[in-house]
Write a protein that binds this ligand. Structure first.
Ligand SMILES: NC(=O)c1ccc[n+]([C@@H]2O[C@H](COP(=O)([O-])OP(=O)(O)OC[C@H]3O[C@@H](n4cnc5c(N)ncnc54)[C@H](OP(=O)(O)O)[C@@H]3O)[C@@H](O)[C@H]2O)c1
Length: 326
């Protein structure tokens, strides 16, 4: 698959987001299906696998990824995150993020960073993490302190590259002054514009951008007509029954463009993203082998500038019902 650079790290333009493979997220899933999904992604060339110690209970998602990459570790860029799965007995700061996650707890104190990393290494069953992110900045801890402790992990060989997720441009600049940051991971998709200041800072500093939920949590695939039981999007205003119907109607012109191009709406959403910046990569998640292959194939597509302009006009006219809350 076509590759891109996140700092000094080379990754496929389209990776794989493993969050969907833990219970309590997008509905029905079991570990056999989950491992098949990761293997399909690797076979399709989506060898940058993104997880977190906070996906699933007790490191469930990292353990899954660890089992799937065993035996093919050399092929895979393993990315994980810390800060939200606060160890028992430690205090934390809480903040509302709305959307499916409701309220998050974070502790980014430097004294805990090595403990987080060692726990993730054990969950993953590997001896070095290729890309290690702070999942959310801790409002009570200067980012320089957290990143200083992350830099020590690089020095000690536990981690190869550092990343930050859900940060502002200012936080990225302050962190990058402590240790080079390879990637920022923020939400970015056709229905969630990226923070322009963050993108500008990333470009200036040579930091890559990893777009989370690049398919708009499934909406942009044009296949979400309703939600089943145990689906965390029930908490997301854009996915309420009423708003979802409105949004699907309003999104029809973009879906029609995909049909005109002979590709799927999911592929259009991914290839559009890849055209926004030469250092952006997408990490779509899926439990379904056919979807995973379809998504990986989007890395091989190219859009003509006239087509991009048509997409941008359609997106400018598309206003999602349900507000802007994450
Ligand atoms: N850093 C952060 O704070 C943060 C937050 C959220 C997510 N993330 C990362 O971003 C990754 C992706 O995000 P996400 O999983 O929330 O959202 P997403 O990739 O935008 O969408 C996932 C949804 O799309 C569906 N889907 C995928 N490909 C499809 C296709 N070709 N056709 C039809 N449906 C398709 C999946 O259903 P099926 O299973 O049925 O295919 C699933 O319901 C996560 O795994 C995680 O690694 C990071």
């Amino acid at each position: 698959m076509r590759t891109r650079e996140l700092g000094n790290l080379k990754v496929p333009a389209i990776g794989f987001g493993a969050m969907v493979l833990s219970p309590g997220m997008y509905g029905e899933i079991d570990d056999d299906r989950a491992e098949r999904a990761i293997n399909t992604a690797l076979d399709a060339g989506a060898t940058h696998v993104d997880t977190s110690d906070a996906y699933g209970a007790g490191g469930h998602n990292e353990r899954l990824v660890g089992r799937a990459v065993k035996g093919r570790r050399q092929e895979v860029v393993v990315a994980t995150k810390f800060g939200l799965a606060v160890p028992e007995g430690e205090d934390s700061r809480t903040f509302p993020v709305g959307f499916a996650f409701g309220e998050l707890r974070v502790n980014g104190e430097s004294r805990l960073v090595r403990r987080y990393a060692e726990r993730s290494l054990a969950n993953l069953g590997i001896d070095v993490i290729d890309l290690y992110y702070l999942h959310y900045p801790d409002p009570a801890v200067p980012i320089e302190e957290t990143v200083g402790a992350m830099a020590e992990l690089v020095g000690d060989g536990l981690v190869r590259n550092l990343g930050l997720s859900n940060v502002t441009a200012e936080q990225l600049r302050r962190a990058h002054a402590v240790h080079p940051i390879a990637a920022v991971q923020n939400e970015w998709s056709m229905w969630r514009p990226v923070d322009a200041g963050l993108l500008a800072a990333a470009r200036e500093l040579g930091v890559g951008v990893v777009a989370w939920s690049p398919l708009g949590s499934g909406f942009l695939t044009g296949t979400v007509g309703g939600l089943g039981e145990g689906d965390f999007r029930h908490n997301a205003p854009r996915f309420s029954a009423e708003n979802l119907a409105v949004n699907n109607d309003r999104y029809a012109p973009v879906r029609d463009l995909a049909v005109d191009l002979g590709i799927t709406p999911a592929q259009l959403a991914l290839v559009w993203l890849l055209h926004q910046d030469e250092h952006v990569v997408a990490i779509p998640g899926s439990r379904t082998p056919a979807h995973i292959e379809e998504n990986a194939a989007a890395a091989g597509l190219t859009l003509h500038p006239d087509t991009l302009a048509r997409i941008d006009r359609a997106l400018a006219a598309f206003e999602a019902a349900g507000g802007t809350l994450l």
